[in-house]
Design a protein around this ligand. Sequence first.
Ligand code: AMP
Length: 222
Amino acid sequence: MKNIIFLAVQGAGKGTFAKKLSEKYGYVHISTGDILRERSLVDDELGHEIKNLIDNGIFVSNEIIYQAIEYRISQPDCNVGYILDGFPRNLEQAEGYNAILKKVGKDLGVVINLVIPNEILKERIIGRRICKDCGAIYNIYNESLKPKVEGICDKCGGVLYQREDDNEESMKTRVNTYFEVTEPIIDYYKKQGVLKTVDSSRKTEETFNDIIEILESEDVDN
Ligand code: AMP
């Protein structure tokens, strides 16, 4: 059983690799962004507030996130292992997560840091397309990740869409926020000896093989 945290700037492939791991090992993929997007569809005050924050690339409050995480990792399906994609996102959340783990009696597990040069980030974010039905992720600028038919999912035939926050303006806010507040978590986990760094600028399968190797060995960076 492995609990995994993916740390990476948006566009580095967190969602793609989390989905692949979930298919391979049955780990539960917990994306705080997906949980929040779903909640933002509810036509009430909280739903509108969350939608507004997400559309502008601004963080949702820790209280909302902690509740969602504690509830989700306590579900029985998470006993097999789970992958956190999008949480923790700042030092306060990393500490908040420790408290949640203690409360629910689970281990931190492994932290995987996906690194990618800034130059290729833009293409990854602006070119991203997602299937409305099965959540499969494509990229229109990458030959190996392009859908066979424009706008249609290869896997299920669903319609592909572009996230509202996958635009240049929101991307800038999200990338800046990442380097200011999320990067310090890398040191935090490095000091605990649970961090592994993976170069995510290569082909999906190459990066994925590295991730598998890490999960199948017990060693972590010190
Ligand atoms: P993502 O799908 O991970 O890119 O998240 C989309 C948006 O959801 C972010 O830009 C934030 O507005 C919000 N969000 C997701 N995870 C968190 C989190 N851990 N803390 C605060 N806000 C979050």
